[in-house]
Design a binder for this molecule. Sequence first.
Ligand code: NAX
Length: 327
Amino acid sequence: TNSPVTVTVTGAAGQIGYALLFRIASGQLLGADTPVRLRLLEIPAAVRAAEGTAMELDDAAFPLLTGVDVVDDAKHAFDGVNVALLVGARPRSKGMERGDLLEANGGIFAPQGAAINAGAADDVRVLVVGNPANTNALIARSHAPDVPAERFTAMTRLDHNRAKAQLARKLDVPVADLRKLAIWGNHSATQYPDVSHAEAGGRPVPGLVDQSWLADEFIPRVAKRGAEIIDVRGASSAASAASAAIDHIHDWVNGTPADDWTSAAVASDGSYGVPEGLVSSFPVVARGGRYEIVQGLDVDAFSRSRIDASVAELREEQEAVQRLGLI
Ligand code: NAX
């Protein structure tokens, strides 16, 4: 058995938190040999609800769970943290402009980044789930100058998994037969779910689907799946988002399969013309505990224009938070 790992979940009383915490505590995040200490960060008004969740975590008697703390200050929450799951964010309310949304989230992610900088363990890994996830990760990272930039990531794994599910259904194959899908750009409606390198049971996917299905059905369906879930379920995606967060951290720590890759929003190194430093989604592999951008892929004209459009949106968000003094 390994020594306990400290995992901090923000927004712990929210609906994703509720689905996520039990999977972490059961060992699905880091494996059956790794005990976990949980820190639940909430705003004061939701601390009591988080304490209720902590009581339920006790009641599940998870053998790997060595402790649960509920806190309302970031400094406390991130002291010694190894894995930080930043789920809590300020949702867009009626009449709120994008600038207001970015500013409100800057007020959350700047101090959390600073607290991670001050107190996190040397091996800290940060996943931002709370929206706008890519730019929130950029804000947090810019307040953590002592933490390597590669440790700040944002979640597009849910989009990746959604794309896989849609493609599996279309081709009538098991999801396990699919390899090398990719999500590029922002976790927003501009994202580009890309099957141009994908394989189904070893066969190239582009030969199996037509371009009009890709452009008119697949891409918009994946990009707008969040809204579709809200419409049908009456609430936003929660367990699927938690599941994707588990996948993202699990693969980051344990590696991706040799013949496949996944998708994550990571600090760009300038690959594929994405400006260096932007937190943008790429096809990535995980090796030796690091996410690395898959290099050398051909990008056709269709893919190029889709990637550029989503990256342009990320640049606008970056410029907006720069103007607000948040980065
Ligand atoms: P909920 O509203 O159920 O929960 C959010 C929780 O965060 C609340 O309990 C709130 O009190 C808490 N919170 C707010 N500010 C906080 C702060 N400063 N510190 C600590 N906690 C704070 O939302 P939920 O459905 O759980 O979604 C959480 C976030 O995930 C949202 O921003 C949502 O947009 C985002 N999503 C991101 C996805 C992705 O793929 N990247 C997909 C799912 C989800 O939509």
